[in-house]
Ligand binder design. Structure first.
Ligand code: ZN
Length: 241
């Protein structure tokens, strides 16, 4: 099976459309949370994910968007964007986000899906080997797919944990060693590369493959400005930060 793994789409419809177009035909779409927040098209992004038959989990922005999380913990720009998102979300998108679980293990697969980490799905950032090691006991499949940092990354169990960055066209053999795989962010990359990042799982070949795709960043920025979203959030898309 070929499975597309998308994370941190953040209401960026143009980035999502570019990713879905470049993926072509897949057997499943898994999303790792933060469907909304920051970007200008929350309803359209939710509708597009439903159309693609995506299954997945909720992130901190999704929880905040439906009132399950206070927004005092967000920084100033994120808070303004979240107030805008709450005000503009339609009922269907609200229902979709409210129904997303914090953890998902798709039936028949050896993958656990979480936004941040399996032990603290909404908030913890998995960046380094120490936190990764501490999280190994918090899930029961071989592999755990996470987002939240917006940085494509692998944290894999060797004798100690090892940390591998995952650039465009990176491939990882799924060799049975337990690992955390982060596909990077579709809608707001933060690894210095502004193109949309995602991952493909080829279960027959036993591989994970990272990909990047360009999208119309200026059009997203224009839509953000027209919506009155904070200019700094629009500018950062140009730099992948
Ligand atoms: Zn995010």
């Amino acid at each position: 099976m070929r499975i597309a793994v998308l994370a941190d789409i953040h209401s960026n419809l143009r980035a999502l459309e570019a990713v879905l177009a470049s993926i072509g035909s897949v057997d499943a779409v898994w999303q790792l949370g933060d469907v909304v927040g920051y970007g200008p098209d929350p309803d359209a992004v939710v509708a597009r994910l439903r159309e693609a038959g995506a299954v997945g989990v909720r992130g901190n922005h999704d929880a905040a968007a439906v009132g399950d999380l206070e927004i005092e913990d967000f920084n100033a720009d994120a808070r303004v964007a979240m107030e805008w998102t709450r005000a503009s979300l339609g009922l269907e998108a609200q229902a979709y986000l409210a129904d997303l679980p914090e953890i998902l293990v798709p039936g028949g697969f050896d993958f656990t899906l979480a936004h941040g980490s399996p032990r603290d799905p909404i908030w913890e950032y998995l960046f380094n080997t120490r936190e990764a090691r501490e999280n190994l006991a918090a899930f029961h499949t071989t592999y755990c797919l996470v987002g939240h940092t917006h940085v494509p990354l692998v944290l894999r169990q060797k004798r100690h944990m090892e940390r591998l960055s995952a650039g465009p066209e990176s491939r990882l053999e799924l060799d049975g060693r337990r690992a955390f795989l982060n596909p990077g962010s579709v809608g707001q990359p933060r690894d210095g590369d502004p193109t949309a990042s995602y991952m493909l799982l080829d279960t027959a070949a036993g591989q994970a493959i990272w990909q990047r795709v360009s999208y119309d960043i200026v059009a997203t920025q224009t839509a953000m400005r027209d919506a009155g979203l904070p200019p700094r959030l629009a500018r950062r898309l140009s730099f992948g930060q």
